[in-house]
Write a protein that binds this ligand. Structure first.
Ligand code: G6P
Length: 488
């Protein structure tokens, strides 16, 4: 029963994230249940946690509900409750209307509200307390993402015995942008409570170290930051060494490939092509409906290519999956209206009765349907204006065991540091984006195969198991000490 699951100080390995790997859902007919929740984070960490037999602390996705701990797929789940006003101020407000736009280079203007900050502090403390209660002596606690940046310090204060890691799944902005945050010192102070702070890109880790130097004047050497010990006398040279470096996240590449090899998934891919009228070229976009993803830029480029007859609607269809996201935040509502207006215009201007220009789907789909879509797509369009990593790009590559398919990838997505053989684009440059799309559509078979081979090697050799092993090794092992000795 639940009592056995939630014994104080029982877990040697704990993941703390805003969202649990499962969301609680109530259907209109009154039935309830737990459903896999969206987002790259869950996809990335689920395999790690299953293997570690650990506990996952997070929010169940609904307000004003308390749940007992339970077991899901071999993982102990410890839900943290949020009230309706905390949902508004901590999650929709500070996390997704302050930090999210700020950390994504202010593509949308961030809002700064002191009540939102207060709620962020309060909720971060609740997560830290839950972790302090569940962790065994000397346990490893791995805190995830921008919603919980204060947890490392709060946790260290009450449980100095713990080994604390933090991973930031989204970009960390340049100091000129970061410094807008009224609570810029408190956030960095919170993060520095960790032993290891992971980022997606080398550039993100660099931005963070620079902010630490500018705001605190701490010494940094290579990936190591010397944080003065709080209880040390002012002339005491004693420091705590914090590692801040890049650990580019990945996917369960083998799992995706195995699914792509299933005959029924391949049959479904053929069926998708058939139902679109078997066009010569299917282009695909798959994103949460978010202003960081560059969906409008992609559609603008495609629309102009049709208008100028560089592509023909009889030959090319764009499938755009836009999964619903953060729908109570105003910027997201506006974005949805703009995108849907654009889709309507584009189809109105260019579609024929037999051929639509854009097949637009405002839905989330199960993984096997996504894999069938990847297999059906000749060209994958990832045109993010800013993206921590973008796992969709890696998923597409992992699924293409047939060695075909072209990835068009924004240089502003973290994945572009690794996936150099993609057709790299600056999505702000609409002419360049149009040329890249035409290049991808017309790319000869041999070049497609050559590029895909190199991309696949990269993704298969650097999967999510390697990512978590790298991080945890740095966190628990010689990593910390050694980095201090060997870094210049
Ligand atoms: C991004 C973030 C995750 C977040 C996910 C879905 O991938 O890095 O932390 O969970 O988006 O967003 P949501 O607000 O629905 O959790």
């Amino acid at each position: 029963d639940a009592d056995d699951l939630y014994v104080d100080h029982a877990y040697d390995m704990i993941v703390v994230s805003n969202r649990l790997p499962v969301d609680y859902e109530e259907q209109p007919d009154g039935s309830t249940g737990w459903r896999s929740s969206p987002g790259g984070l869950v996809t990335a960490l689920e395999p790690v946690m299953k293997a570690a037999d650990g506990a996952w602390i997070g929010w169940a996705g609904v307000a004003d509900r308390e749940f007992d701990p339970f077991e899901h797929d071999g993982i102990s789940i410890i839900p943290v409750p949020l009230s309706a006003s905390e949902l508004e101020e901590y999650y929709e407000g500070f996390s997704n209307d302050t930090l999210w736009p700020l950390y994504h280079d202010v593509i949308a203007p961030p809002s700064f509200h002191r009540e939102w900050w207060d709620a962020y502090v309060r909720v971060n403390r609740r997560f830290a307390e839950a972790a302090a209660r569940a962790a065994s002596d000397g346990a490893v606690v791995w805190v995830q993402d921008y919603q919980l940046q204060l947890v490392p310090k709060m946790l260290r204060e009450v449980r100095p015995d713990l080994v604390i890691g933090f991973f930031n799944h989204i970009p960390f902005p340049a100091y000129g942008i970061y410094s807008q945050l009224p609570w810029r010192r408190q956030v960095i102070d919170g993060l520095l409570g960790a032993d290891v702070i992971g980022f997606q890109r080398v550039a993100d880790a660099g931005n963070f170290s620079r902010a630490v130097r500018r705001l605190f004047g701490y010494r940094t050497h290579g990936t190591v930051i010397d944080v003065p010990k709080e209880d040390a006398a002012s002339d005491d040279p004693e420091v705590r060494r914090v590692v801040a470096r890049a650990f580019p996240i990945s996917i369960d590449a083998e799992g995706f490939e195995q699914m792509a090899r299933r005959p029924e998934v391949q049959a479904r891919a053929a069926e998708i092509r058939e139902s679109l009228g078997n066009p010569e070229t299917i282009m695909l976009g798959v994103d949460r409906l978010d202003y960081t993803k560059g969906i409008r830029h992609r559609m603008k480029a495609f629309g102009e290519l049709l208008r100028d007859d560089r592509l023909k609607v009889e030959d090319v269809t764009l499938v755009q999956v836009a999964s619903p996201s953060r729908e109570r935040v105003e910027t997201y509502r506006q974005l949805r209206d703009e995108i849907e207006l654009t889709v309507g215009r584009l189809n109105g201007d260019h579609a024929t009765l037999g051929h639509q220009a854009i097949a637009y789907l405002h839905h989330g789909y199960p993984r096997d349907e996504m894999v069938a879509l990847y297999l059906a797509a000749d060209v994958m369009l990832v045109t993010a204006l800013r993206d921590g990593m973008n796992l969709v790009a890696k998923e597409y590559v992992a699924c293409r065991f047939d060695g075909d398919g072209v990835l068009v990838l924004s240089e502003f997505a973290g994945a572009s540091d690794e996936l150099r053989q993609a057709v790299l684009v600056n999505p702000h440059d609409i002419e360049g984006l149009k040329d890249a799309i035409v290049e991808a559509v017309r790319m000869p078979r041999r070049e497609r195969a050559r590029r895909m081979r190199a991309l696949r090697r990269r993704v298969i050799d650097n999967d999510v198991a390697k990512w978590s092993a790298d991080f945890l090794e740095t966190l628990t092992g010689a990593g910390i000490i050694q980095a201090g000795i060997t870094e210049p």
